[in-house]
Structure formats: structure tokens, C-alpha cells
Design a protein. Structure first.
Length: 94
């Protein structure tokens, strides 16, 4: 049996009970683990530049993409944007 979604996650998304658990498990545990790398990178970027992490703004996202592409690669930056999209949804933003 898979572990349930955390109460913090359910609160952020605004869905409780079984529906919250089903939504949480819409991503495989390994996918969430992989996504956590890009998500942590974004959160460090936001803190480093004193940006509010959420909701993500165009300016913050553009800066994150530019810095990530410069430090790693454009492919990594593209992947991290997908990771960030998932985190954005997890925080209850569109």
C-alpha cells in the first residue's frame, strides 16, 4: 500500500480524504522523487534572489530558466520547469 499524501499537501491543494490521496498518487513515488530535484533547485533560486516562490511569476520563472540553463543545460532547465509545474499545482496554483 502506498503512503497517503501529507496533511500539508492536502491543505495546499485544498482536497482532503480519499480524493486527495488519489490525486497525490497520480504521480508515481519515483516521479515525485525525481521532480523534487528541480523543485528544490527552484526554491533555492527563489531564496537566493529574495523572490516569493509562489505563485510563480513570469519574471521569476525567466530568471530561473536562464540561470539553470547557464549552470547546467537547456534540457535540464526544460525538465526543471516541468518539475516546478507539478510543485505549483501541489501548492494549489494553476
Amino acid at each position: 500500500m502506498l503512503p497517503p499524501a501529507s496533511d500539508e499537501w492536502k491543505t495546499n491543494v485544498g482536497i482532503k480524504g480519499k480524493a486527495g490521496d488519489l490525486l497525490w498518487h497520480g504521480l508515481a513515488p519515483n516521479t515525485r522523487k525525481v521532480y523534487s530535484i528541480g523543485q528544490a533547485s527552484y526554491l533555492r533560486f527563489a531564496a537566493k534572489h529574495a523572490f516569493h516562490a509562489f505563485p510563480v511569476t513570469f519574471e521569476t520563472l525567466a530568471g530561473f530558466i536562464a540561470e539553470t540553463a547557464e549552470e547546467t543545460s537547456t534540457e535540464t532547465a526544460k525538465a526543471y520547469v516541468n518539475h516546478l509545474r507539478s510543485l505549483h499545482i501541489d501548492h494549489g496554483h494553476n
